[in-house]
Design a protein around this ligand. Structure first.
Ligand code: ATP
Ligand code: MG
Length: 630
């Protein structure tokens, strides 16, 4: 099939297209209407149909593939590998569901899951889905403050946590963090259910409130809990956005639309059929973990690999050995992870048999050309840039090898996924811009199945955050984009990463690309800093490929490069060379915190920060003074 025909049908005949796609999942009651759209921008996909995510991910595969591997939990941290067939997964999920029920969790109630990236976390999610409870997974790297914020927004009945996480060999006890969060929260849950991995030296339990999962599970060892059939538009989960740009929003997902979109994406985008293996290196705490570690592969009847640990430990060959061992067909990772591997000897890759690996998808941040080039060459496989958001739940821009593989264009995540009517809008006029012109990437509603239904508990915020940016009611991605004459879209950065220099509006991402094109530069972050005369000026923080390079010389050359490529107005006012840039654990640059430090303000909530040393680096650099510029 031609990609163009596939996409066109999804736009011109959405109801026929999605009615076909809906056949890929089991319905308890078939949908009464494929699309209800009488209250825009809200829309209801598969209205009146009832279904269940856990049934589609687990139960319905028991007959055809009960003994096939469903989940593999590989931990380089504990040295343990847990393999579960669909039948074993079914048992485990039933037991977990029975335990949740014994704690009074019913349909529509929330369960916060604060766990490391383990099979147990996936079981907890599926158990919630089974009984119609709404899970809200909070990334295990978040500290007490972030956890408390999310608890107060979701108001859970139960919080499920592990005794500890472990990273780079260091045990991080979770329970004390949970206790701190609950002490701060206005709406603490009635119970804390602790899955004890035997990692924490101590496990403080508050009698009556805190319970260990193990003994409770033993009491429900043979439990069978019937699935709760949910109307397609009832909430399945809440997942908070990563909060790179401000207060996190509780993205609310539905049941039927999400299941159908994932089922479609598994074959059309990731080219995975039942029985094949997908390995996503994300974490259960992010949207990729939800969609492509848990629900997507399982709905497709595939095997999903969950990896806990660093990509370089015990050695930089570990991911490739996993690919070889399980015959991974499609891998999903992030540019940050690839940049880490890029520093290693490519021999680690070459020594493994990767004959079954077909694709590497990369998402979460812009995929720069040097990184794309390196991994494409080192791996000798198709590397596909994926653009999407927590809000959308599945790709917005991608190439679709399961339908028709179009040529890769470096720097572009490609073409619209089915159901997405994408437009590039001039922020001032609200009109569509032409090919090659820059605008805001927008989605013409109704949003396709799988995208958020609303912001949890706040329909007003849903409209205000996403649908109030243009004269027309369009979903704003809040990202800049350019579409070329072939329809390939290039993402240029976030709309709030724009700085205003003496009346000129400049995208920090464009300046970053220009700085990064200098051969000495490993990575760069550009922010706008207040300036009495110009309003704002661009300031660069950069890391060098060779730490022994001459920082002053490189910094001066970066300034020249930007002037030459983008014009004098974009010329950075100061360049600081540092050893590390502050990033979140998901690899996103914390420009907001950089900017605050540069303006001598409080850097704000730093619990998403990956490496606290990076922030110290920046503080020291600011004290020391710029390597080039004033
Ligand atoms: P918040 O919305 O709370 O500030 P966030 O936007 O960082 O957090 P996510 O939903 O995890 O949270 O990230 C989605 C954003 O990541 C996109 O809007 C885009 O800016 C960026 N992004 C994701 N994939 C790509 C990609 N392939 N190329 C360029 N940018 C990408
Ligand atoms: Mg966002």
């Amino acid at each position: 099939m031609r990609y163009e025909d596939f996409h066109r049908r999804s736009i011109e005949q959405p109801e026929a297209f999605w009615a076909d796609a809906a056949k890929a999942i089991d319905w308890h009651t078939p949908p009464q209407a494929i699309l209800e759209y009488d209250n825009p921008p809200f829309r209801r996909w598969f209205a009146g149909g009832t279904t269940n995510l856990c049934h589609n991910a687990v139960d319905r595969h028991l007959d055809a593939r009960g003994e096939q591997l469903a989940l593999v939990g590989w931990s380089s941290e504990t040295g343990q590998v847990r393999e579960l067939s669909y039948r074993q997964l079914h048992c485990e999920v039933n037991v977990f569901a029975a335990v949740l029920r014994s704690l009074g969790v019913g349909k529509g109630e929330r369960v916060v899951i604060y766990m490391p990236h383990t099979v147990e976390a996936a079981i907890a999610m599926l158990a919630c889905a089974r009984i119609g409870a709404i899970h809200s997974v909070v990334f295990g790297g978040f500290a007490a403050h972030n956890l408390a914020l999310r608890i107060d927004d979701a108001k859970p009945r139960v919080l499920v946590c592990a005794d500890a996480g472990i990273r780079g060999g260091k045990v991080i006890p979770f329970k004390p963090l949970v206790d701190q969060a609950l002490a701060r929260a206005q709406h603490p849950p009635a119970h804390v259910l602790v899955v004890n991995r035997g990692l924490a030296a101590e496990l403080p339990l508050l009698p009556g409130r805190d319970l260990e999962y193990g003994p409770l599970a033993a009491r429900h060892a043979d439990a069978e809990v019937p699935v709760e059939w949910l109307e397609s538009n009832e909430p399945s989960y809440i997942l908070y956005t990563s909060g790179t740009t401000g207060k996190p929003k509780g993205v609310q997902r539905d049941v039927g639309g999400y299941a159908v979109a994932l089922a479609l994406s598994m074959w059309a985008i990731y080219d995975i059929r039942p029985g094949q293996v997908m390995f996503s290196t994300s974490d259960i705490g992010w949207v990729v973990g939800h969609s492509y570690n848990v629900y997507g592969p399982l709905i497709a009847g595939a095997t999903s690999i969950l990896y806990e640990g660093l990509p370089t430990s015990p050695d930089p060959g570990i991911w490739w050995r996993i690919c070889e061992k399980y015959g991974v067909r499609t891998m999903f990772s992030s540019p940050t992870a690839v940049r880490v591997l890029k520093k290693q000897d490519p021999q680690w890759l070459r020594s493994c048999d990767l004959s079954r690996l077909q694709y590497l998808f990369l998402a979460g941040e812009p995929l720069d050309e040097p990184t794309a080039d390196w991994i494409t060459t080192a791996l000798g496989k198709t590397v596909i840039d994926n653009y999407w958001q927590t809000e959308t739940g599945w790709p917005v821009l991608t190439l679709m090898p399961g339908v028709e593989m179009k040529p890769v264009k470096l720097g572009s995540p490609g073409l619209p996924a089915p159901g997405y009517r994408l437009r590039v809008i001039d922020e001032n006029t609200g009109q569509d811009v032409g090919p090659g012109q820059k605008g805001v990437l927008a989605i013409q509603p109704p949003l396709p199945p799988g995208c958020l239904s609303t912001v949890w508990g706040d329909d007003g915020r849903f409209i205000a955050s996403y649908f109030s940016h243009f004269k027309e009611q369009l979903y704003s991605s809040l990202d800049w984009a350019i579409r070329d004459a072939d329809g390939y879209t290039f993402i240029l950065g976030r709309t709030d990463d724009v700085i205003n220099v003496a009346g000129h509006r400049l995208g920090t991402r464009e300046i970053e690309e220009s700085v990064s094109s200098h051969p000495a530069v490993a990575e760069a972050a550009v922010i706008g800093v207040q300036d009495a005369i110009k309003g704002q000026v661009p300031v660069v923080f950069a890391t060098l490929k060779r730490s022994d390079g001459d920082a002053g010389e490189a910094a001066a050359e970066m300034m020249r490069t930007v002037s030459e490529q983008l014009g004098a107005v974009a010329r950075p006012s100061r360049v600081y060379v540092v050893n590390a840039l502050p990033k979140t654990r998901s690899g996103k640059l914390l420009r907001r915190s950089l900017q605050a430090l540069a303006e001598q303000r409080d850097p704000g909530d730093l619990s998403t920060l990956d490496d606290p040393n990076a922030l110290e680096e920046v503080r020291r650099a600011l004290e020391r003074g710029a390597d080039a510029g004033a």
